[in-house]
Design a protein around this ligand. Structure first.
Ligand code: NI
Length: 128
């Protein structure tokens, strides 16, 4: 039998309820954890900064609104219920013309601003 060491109860996680707890933009919150990966929710509005992640691929799934993922050579619109994977090492900049809600799935080591440190970097993420 597996030792009970989970910090997380085996319960349904309602994303709408969790999103109602998020009041700032570009500040990811942890909603679940598995296999060293985190599931996060974040609200985007406006332009983020250009960055890349040396070691992590990132998944962005749009749950409300739409976002644009800018790459150096093109831009990709990601609509509600669409997702995009940004491979490690690839420079990107998420943009949301209107507020959008996004689910992220990425290793626990992933920093939101990747290789760039700024006032928009969040090192310690809140769990909601
Ligand atoms: Ni990124």
């Amino acid at each position: 039998m597996r030792p009970v060491s989970y910090a997380v109860a085996m319960e349904a996680i309602n994303l709408t309820d969790k999103l109602a707890l998020i009041h700032e933009h570009w500040s990811p919150k942890i909603v679940a954890e598995l296999n060293g990966q985190l599931v996060k929710l974040v609200k985007f509005k406006g332009e983020f900064l250009w960055h890349h992640h040396e070691h992590e691929d990132e998944l962005f799934m749009v749950v409300e609104g739409r976002i644009r993922m800018d790459f150096r050579d093109r831009e990709v619109w990601v609509e509600q219920w669409e997702l995009i994977v940004v491979p490690r090492g690839v420079e990107h900049r998420p943009v949301a013309e209107e507020e959008a809600s996004v689910m992220l799935f990425e290793p626990a080591t992933t920093l939101n601003t990747g290789n760039v440190r700024s006032e928009r970097t969040h090192e310690k993420l809140e769990r909601i």
